[in-house]
Design a protein around this ligand. Structure first.
Ligand SMILES: C[S@@+](CC[C@H](N)C(=O)[O-])C[C@H]1O[C@@H](n2cnc3c(N)ncnc32)[C@H](O)[C@@H]1O
Length: 315
């Protein structure tokens, strides 16, 4: 079927909508006991039960990102370390971790305004905020936690805003990007990585994105998203694990590792955890799960061989 190419504004609205999709999947996995996230339900108006293979994928996605975040928070005992979540959507990691470090979340103003209001109105979320938190327009501000409105395609101005809120280019910084860079034109997402390489000497990045556009499943994935007005703009530029890794290494990052979700599921999740998941719900579409999981990948990269990044254990 032919699809009309959406205009810029339509496609921005479609991309923003993906934050709800991610949150609904996370809530489904939390409610069924796959993941421990008591906060995500506060962001969901209409919960939906996802299929077992989606819940298992969400488990792996959550497990991989939380693992890096937790190891970073644990290793980052020095003051002045910081974390920046790009395209944070309705991500609950800040509420789960209560990290004792500077923590920034960035998304379009429509999303941050919605998130700021939801957090402010829900006692269970509000009480996790630092005491000095204020709502400022579409944003939340405090000394340590800041939810900032901005368009990542204009990254230098987004980072200027973060610097006004205390971002320190010299501090060790973990950037998190979960299904975000792939929606940007690769010229823009490369510019983000280049800005980080140039300006933040001690940086780490963890990403989770789609890969392998060329096979039948990849084509179906692209077609399904296109039908909703969503373009995976970065996918053709970085279609494989190798190209994703090289993207970092050729830009001067010291270490880059990439693993697809199927490999992560089989080799990085504890056997006892897999037994626990099997008892939650029957997964009999193993072939479909493997196909799906082969089309998503984590990448973990860092620019300097220094703490806390070199101590993070990632496959
Ligand atoms: C698939 S959602 C993921 C949300 C969150 N990272 C998670 O995993 O739950 C993608 C998010 O990236 C945000 N995003 C995409 N392009 C962006 C841009 N140019 N500027 C700011 N945010 C953007 C969207 O608004 C959306 O919240």
């Amino acid at each position: 079927m032919e699809h009309r190419r959406p205009s810029g504004l339509e496609s921005d609205a479609a991309v923003q909508q993906t934050s709800d999709d991610a949150a609904v999947s996370r809530e489904s996995a939390a409610r069924l006991g796959y993941i421990a996230d008591p906060f995500i339900k506060h962001f969901i108006k209409h919960p939906q039960r996802r299929a077992p293979l989606i819940n298992r994928g969400t488990y792996c996605r959550f497990h991989g990102i939380q693992r890096v975040l937790r190891e970073f928070v644990a290793a980052a005992l020095q003051p002045r370390v910081q974390c920046v979540v790009l395209g944070a959507g309705l991500d609950t990691s800040f509420f789960l971790l209560s990290p004792n470090l500077r923590y920034f979340e960035v998304d379009f103003a429509d999303i941050t305004a919605k998130k700021a209001q939801m957090v402010w109105r829900k006692g269970a979320l509000r009480e996790r905020l630092p005491e000095d938190t204020r709502v400022v327009g579409a944003e939340l501000h405090s000394e340590t936690y800041n939810l900032i409105a901005g368009d990542l395609r204009e990254f230098p101005s987004v980072m200027a805003r973060l610097q006004e809120r205390g971002f320190d280019c010299e501090a060790p910084t973990l950037f998190v990007s979960e299904c975000v860079l792939v929606y940007l034109d690769p010229v823009c997402s490369d510019a983000i990585l280049d800005w980080i390489t140039t300006n933040v000497p001690r940086a780490g990045v963890v990403t989770y994105e789609q890969i392998r556009p060329d096979d039948r499943f990849g084509q179906m994935m692209i077609g399904n998203l296109r039908a909703r007005g969503l373009e995976l703009r970065g996918l053709l530029a970085y279609p494989t694990l190798e190209s994703t890794k090289n993207r970092f290494l050729t830009r001067g990052w010291r270490v880059a590792r990439a693993v697809d979700l199927a490999e992560y599921h089989d080799h990085c999740v504890d056997k006892r955890e897999l037994d626990r998941l099997a008892a939650l719900e029957l997964l009999d579409e193993w072939e479909e799960f493997r196909l799906l999981a082969q089309h998503y990948a984590f990448t973990f990269a860092y620019t300097a061989d220094s703490l806390p990044f070199s101590s993070i254990h990632f496959p």
